[in-house]
Design a protein around this ligand. Structure first.
Ligand SMILES: Cc1cc2nc3c(=O)[nH]c(=O)nc-3n(C[C@H](O)[C@H](O)[C@H](O)COP(=O)(O)OP(=O)(O)OC[C@H]3O[C@@H](n4cnc5c(N)ncnc54)[C@H](O)[C@@H]3O)c2cc1C
Length: 423
């Protein structure tokens, strides 16, 4: 048994951005911290790989201008942001090589964006499920709302494709309230559209790698946690290699889709159990294909049910594929990406990476998609702890599905634990 005689202040489960930020903040406050990670490397849903000689991100990549907490950490670690190429305002919406947007669709998009923005303004940022209109907004799917809103079919399709790209859920399976919760911190649809996003030069995974390097041997990889025991004055975190780490508190910073496989010997409150059992994280594959010669670069294309959105820049093409069909072999997905972008067969080189996040046993999907009715029912459990066990992560944050959310929620849980430890 590792650490048999020693008791840490905090054991953090998961070395994604949220867990590493929580551990860093606790360490800075003088706490004795251990981090246990199931995978063989740190970073979780930020992962950088090499494609045709360039670093690419197969998970989290784009950094919004309002990602203030992440940007601060990036700078403190000596990393740099660079514009994601090409800048969004220069992208052209396109639907499978059809003509660009008609003016009626463009004005329909702006009208839909304004209506959504107004609805966002009615939501309290910390707890949208407490808004006066929450029950009504949560009862509708985004598709229900688009059907009733005075927008044409093409506008509805574009908003639906964008929503699926952002949230992983198809418009009929996504609660309107959950979509608004996602849009609110981003400043609404039109702000997203206007802003030029950034990426982290050299890849987003460097943030996790550098945070872990500073924590040194406090971070242990390839150690999946299978049980968390709470007994009187402490928690005992059991890993599959038979080790037990004891601590005053535990911070569980794992994806919602992977948390249910940990056995909590005290059991979990019904509300937390319901959240873990009923809210699903859809299958998502991020596909990146190197460019042989992309004639239509700078195009953001609305695709189909498998790949609702794809884009091409100077170096490669990127598409997010959802649902069961993401099990297609990589060359077939690459052909699909070629078709969605309206390219001819030779535009993309054969080098491609398909990262299927739902196939990762300790990730389990892209990120949670709240179906109609689920956010008002399960939202209050997102950031609720259970005795000495605290929960955190992007999936539970006020910036869901983003790296900024992971950082903010890591900081939130560190502050919560510091208060309880009296540190
Ligand atoms: C395809 C895709 C594209 C994205 N694009 C963007 C983007 O452009 N911009 C953006 O801001 N965000 C993006 N995101 C979202 C962003 O990457 C995530 O929200 C964020 O990285 C999640 O951080 P986290 O720490 O909450 O969770 P994770 O990064 O998932 O970390 C959780 C860690 O817990 C570990 N773990 C799980 N179970 C156990 C266990 N039993 N024992 C020990 N360890 C365990 C996992 O292995 C993992 O390392 C994207 C995500 C995906 C999937």
């Amino acid at each position: 048994m590792a650490d048999a005689g020693r008791r840490h202040d905090v054991v953090v489960v998961g070395a994604g951005l949220s867990g590493l930020v929580a551990a860093t903040r606790l360490r800075q406050a003088g706490a004795d911290v251990a981090v246990v990670e199931a995978g063989s490397e740190v970073g979780g849903r930020t992962r950088s790989r090499t494609l045709a000689g360039r670093t690419v991100d197969v998970g989290g990549e784009l950094v919004g201008r309002d990602y203030t907490r992440l940007s601060g950490i990036v700078a403190a670690l000596g990393l740099r942001l660079e514009p994601a190429a090409p800048p969004m305002p220069h992208l052209r919406w396109d639907e499978r090589a059809r003509p660009p947007l008609r003016p009626s669709t463009a004005s329909g998009l702006m009208a839909a964006a304004a209506r959504l923005h107004h609805l966002c303004s009615l939501l309290p940022p910390q707890a949208p499920w407490h808004a006066p209109l929450a029950d009504r907004l949560d009862a509708l799917s985004l598709e229900d709302w688009l059907t009733r809103a005075p927008v044409d079919e093409r506008t509805a399709r574009l908003v639906g494709a964008a929503a699926q790209a952002f949230t992983t859920a198809p418009p009929h399976g996504l609660s309107l309230l959950a979509f608004l919760q996602w849009l609110k911190p981003a400043g609404g649809l039109s702000a997203l559209w206007r802003e030029t996003p950034w990426r982290i030069r050299g890849g987003a995974q460097q943030v996790a790698r550098r945070l872990a390097a500073r924590l040194g041997d406090r971070v242990v990889c390839a150690s999946p946690v299978h049980a968390i025991e709470q007994n009187g004055a402490e928690v005992a975190v059991h890993t599959e290699d038979g080790a037990v780490r004891r601590a005053r508190r535990a911070a569980v910073c794992t994806p919602l889709a992977a948390t249910g496989s940990i056995a909590f010997t005290l059991g979990l409150p019904t509300a937390q159990r319901g959240l873990l059992d009923q809210v699903h994280s859809p299958a998502v594959t991020k596909l990146l294909a190197a460019s042989a010669d992309i004639p239509r670069r700078g195009v953001l294309a609305a695709g189909d049910a498998i790949m609702p959105l794809a884009m091409a820049d100077d170096h490669h093409a990127v598409g997010l594929a959802y649902g069961a069909d993401t099990a297609l072999p990589t060359p077939r997905l690459r052909d699909h990406l070629t078709a969605v972008l309206g390219l001819d067969g030779s535009a993309l080189a054969s080098e491609a990476i398909a990262q299927a996040w739902h196939e990762e046993p300790y990730i389990g999907g892209g990120y949670p998609a709240f179906a109609p009715g689920q956010l008002t029912r399960h939202g209050p459990a997102l950031r609720a702890g259970h005795d000495r066990v605290h929960f955190a992560g992007a999936d539970r944050s006020t910036w869901p599905g983003t790296m900024e959310g992971a950082v903010r929620d890591g900081e939130r849980v560190a502050a919560e634990i510091r208060t309880r430890l009296g540190a």
